[in-house]
Design a protein around this ligand. Structure first.
Ligand code: GLV
Length: 314
């Protein structure tokens, strides 16, 4: 039996758009809706998921492989009965990484030029010159997390001319980027930054890592961009850092919880820019192509580049 992709990602109503996307970029692939009442399991079925419900776990356990439309899979592994024996592959590919690089570039340049002040002045009809003469090639940006996305973003920023460093758990080398590794290196890495970008995977070890202590290692008035997960950040410590000038501003694409509740203090902080978890979502067609390639490589018995190590959590 040829492989078939059973799609639950983005809910029942999204299936038609996925079907059209697969039909246009990978017409040889057979797809069906997770929600089709006529569905009967086949032994060559792969699931395409974003945020499956608890009652989906039993069927997921019978799949030959699972592909997640997210680059992060923490929400899947958070289910105690998520089937850890089934190969799980994260979303990747050039467009996903480029979108993330574009978002981070926008956020970092916004912080560098204090675009937040311009936006607030415009709301008040104020014409006030807050000229800034800092340039990208004298701005030091540090990326926490140098996985598939982090490494791409770091090199994209270096290409633009930023002075880029990165931090990860284990030693690594990356062209054009100074790499720091290990928890003991964090203070030195942070001490040399104008903007910190979080792109860490969310695991129990990184929960709440970005707290008052970590932020206090940054030079006073640094900027912060969060495109990892909301749970990396201790929100009260972030607000305190913005209030006491530890941070000059922050751009958050991820928060906890999502959507951000109406009464969250984050909405109204003058030094915060919030975007609704939109940094990087490749088009349906590009994702379908990626998923078709992943399934083909699993069928050949290969190990896709973004196959998760469930014990590591990403
Ligand atoms: C979104 O946050 C993702 O994991 O891709």
């Amino acid at each position: 039996m040829p492989a078939r992709i059973v799609i639950s990602a983005d809910g029942k109503k999204a299936f038609e758009s996925w079907r059209l996307a697969f039909a246009s970029v990978a017409p040889q692939v057979s797809v069906c809706s997770w929600y089709d009442p006529a569905y009967t399991a086949g032994e060559d079925d792969y699931a395409l998921v974003w945020s499956p419900r608890p009652d989906h776990m039993e069927r997921l356990a019978c799949m030959k492989g699972i592909v997640c439309t997210g680059a992060g899979v923490d929400h899947l592994l958070a289910h105690a009965d998520f089937p850890r024996h089934v190969p799980l592959v994260r979303m990747g590919g050039e467009q996903t990484a480029r979108l993330m690089a574009d978002y981070v570039l926008w956020a970092v340049i916004g912080l560098l030029r204090d675009a937040r002040t311009w936006a607030m002045q415009q709301q008040q009809g104020l014409w006030r010159n807050n000229v800034c003469s800092r340039t990208s090639n004298t701005t030091r940006v540090g990326i926490m997390g140098l996985g598939h996305l982090g490494a791409y973003v770091a090199q994209a920023l270096a290409h633009v001319g930023f002075c880029v460093s990165g931090w990860k758990r284990t030693p690594a080398e990356l062209d054009g980027v100074t790499v720091w590794s290990g928890v003991e290196a964090l203070p030195d890495f942070l001490g040399e930054l104008d903007v910190l970008v979080n792109l860490l995977p969310a695991t129990p070890a990184t929960d709440g890592l970005i707290d008052h202590v970590l932020l206090s290692h940054l030079p006073k008035g640094a900027g912060f961009v969060n495109v990892g997960r909301g749970r990396h950040v201790v929100q009260s410590d972030l607000l305190r850092a913005l209030d006491d000038g530890t941070l000059c501003g922050a751009v958050l694409d991820v928060v906890t919880p999502e959507p951000l509740p109406d009464d969250s203090a984050l909405w109204h902080h003058p030094r915060l820019t919030i975007t609704p978890h939109v940094a990087s979502e490749a088009s349906r067609e590009v994702q379908a192509r990626y998923v078709a390639d992943v399934v083909a490589s699993l069928e050949r018995g290969e190990k896709p580049a973004l196959l998760c190590d469930v014990t590591r959590g990403y």
